[in-house]
Design a protein around this ligand. Structure first.
Ligand code: NAD
Length: 502
């Protein structure tokens, strides 16, 4: 078990290659969700600090060592970052657990895997290239250049703090952008540790990566509206994403949005039952349900419904609640007090709507392994897709079970939702797997597995789940723009009053 000191650790933030306090001198507390106790102090930045960071990021983009660095050298720098994350993976995971209460087993897996993003995009850095384009004029030579979009603002949530920064940072640096990161006010510490243990020793030039810590609108809105910011990469809730998109549109910034979900996990009667039961558990109770890709709508074919629910409840009942820093713990605390209140209110809503609670349904007591912010793994059956518990993101360990007759009805229910982030399909039929995957309107479909992610596979949402893609080669495009260059090697002249067409 990690040691939990009582004295508050004091952090500074990192702007223009220097450690500093907020310009106001203010700090706020960050809490350990397991104990409910504050454990660190974080600088409370505001619009002034955002301005300083944006100017620093612009200077670093415009002049100095960063734009002068070859793409190959940028690639090497990214690989150096990857190596340093490997070295400090254990410590970074411990900080994540203390700050957001996710399981040590999950956070360690995340920090150990994160270097792959920096190795992969480091390898791609000097494969970014334009093209020589055939010209339809005999004397012209035409080509394109792929150039970085400029200063990028990242706004990230509390549920996988470092991983979601890494998904943005690696392709942005590979593309040659500079960056300002605004982490969630609930989970800032791991990013500041990352800056100290990884970014500083990797010798990233000053101003290339800056951090502004603080509250959502106070720091986020000046960042999204700052004239020096060219692109906003946002991960968070759909309502905040809509606000960010609206604000960014006023100055024509490029925007990518990774938003909420209410993903269907569809179980057909020809599946391998035990695999599907385990997949349903992993879809909703892993990470205490606090994951954007949670399989929070479990669609069960009616012929196996009762048998499946029985097995599911039996397995979910065994889940060990407790201290997230212990490797044997399977369900940890909810990360934030407002999130805890929101989950409990959705449990009440589901009960009020007439759904049947077959497991859990409220806070978990100390005797049950719980604590201040624990919710018992909760399963509702008898849910219909019109209910709020079926349509709205809870972001907690609450599963809605919905019955369907056949493939047609399963697809209709799966798609009858505003979101489109992920979906699971459990079947042994290749025809059904390929046909249903094609018909589901979501950015990711998992067949006979759930919650798999990789630096190689594009990730993002359809519909209200987002815009753009992270991961995979395609993510780099989000940080690049194309310049067309025309060179006339022939005589000038011609009629200056008309467009030069061939
Ligand atoms: P949130 O929208 O409340 O906050 C996200 C970030 O936005 C935080 O840093 C917050 O401080 C900032 N913010 C808040 N108000 C702002 C404003 N007015 N202007 C600019 N920034 C502002 O989300 P959260 O509660 O931190 O995270 C949970 C949500 O994130 C869930 O909806 C979840 O589905 C989503 N999420 C999506 C993905 C994905 O990849 N699609 C991944 C993880 C989480």
């Amino acid at each position: 078990m990690q040691d939990r000191p009582t004295k508050l650790k004091e952090y500074q933030t990192y702007i223009d290659g220097k450690w500093c306090d907020a310009s106001s001198g203010k700090k706020f507390q960050t809490f350990d969700p397991y104990t409910g106790e504050p454990w660190a102090l974080i600088p409370e930045c505001d619009a002034k600090d955002v301005g300083t960071a944006c100017e620093a990021a612009w200077r670093a983009f415009d002049k100095g060592p960063w734009p002068a660095m070859s793409q190959t050298a940028r690639g090497k720098l990214l690989r150096r970052i990857g190596g340093l994350i490997e070295k400090h993976a254990e410590h970074l995971a411990q900080i994540e657990v203390r700050d957001n209460g996710k399981l040590m087993s999950e956070m360690h897996a995340q920090t150990k895997y994160l270097p792959e993003w920096f190795y992969y995009y480091g390898g791609l850095a000097d494969k970014i290239q334009g093209a020589v384009v055939p010209s339809d004029r005999p004397d012209h030579f035409t080509y394109t250049l792929k150039e970085p979009v400029g200063v990028c603002a990242f706004i990230t949530p509390w549920n996988s703090p470092l991983m979601l920064v890494g998904w943005k940072l690696a392709p942005a640096l590979a593309a040659g952008c500079t960056v300002i990161i605004k982490p969630s006010e609930f989970t800032t510490a791991s990013l500041l540790e990352f800056m100290k243990l990884v970014i500083e020793p990797a010798e990233v030039p000053p101003g290339v990566i800056n951090v502004v810590t603080g509250y959502g609108a106070v720091v986020g809105e000046p960042l999204v509206t700052h004239p020096k910011v060219a692109k906003v990469a946002f991960t968070g809730g759909t309502a905040t994403g809509a606000r960010v998109n609206e604000l960014a549109a006023k100055t024509f910034k490029k925007v990518s949005l990774e938003l909420g979900g209410k993903s269907p996990n569809i179980v057909f009667d020809d599946c391998i039952l035990d695999d599907a039961v385990s997949g349903a558990i992993s879809g909703i109770f892993a990470a205490t349900g606090q994951t954007c890709i949670a399989g929070s709508r479990l669609l069960l074919q009616e012929s196996i419904h009762d048998q499946f629910v029985e097995k599911l409840v039996a397995m979910a009942k065994q889940a060990r609640l407790g201290d997230p820093s212990k490797l044997e713990t399977q369900v940890g605390p909810v990360t934030t007090p407002p999130q805890y209140a929101k989950i409990l209110s959705y449990i009440d809503i589901a009960k009020g709507e007439g759904a049947k609670c077959v497991l859990g349904g409220g806070p978990a007591t100390k005797e049950e392994g719980g604590g201040k912010y624990f919710v018992k793994p909760t399963i509702f059956t008898g849910v219909n897709n019109k209910m709020r518990i079926a349509q709205e993101e809870v972001f907690g360990p609450v599963l809605s079970v919905i019955k369907f007759r056949d493939e047609e009805e399963a697809v209709a229910i799966a798609n009858d939702i505003a979101y489109g982030l992920g979906a699971g399909i459990w079947t042994q039929s290749v025809r059904r797997a390929t046909s249903v995957s094609k018909r589901i309107r979501a950015g990711t479909v998992w067949v006979n597995t759930y919650r798999a992610v990789s630096f190689l596979m594009p990730f993002g949402g359809y519909k209200a789940s987002g815009l753009g893609r992270e991961n995979g080669a395609e993510a780099i495009e989000g940080y690049l723009q194309t310049k067309s260059v025309w060179i006339n090697n022939g005589p000038g002249g011609g009629n200056p009053f008309i467009m030069k067409t061939s």
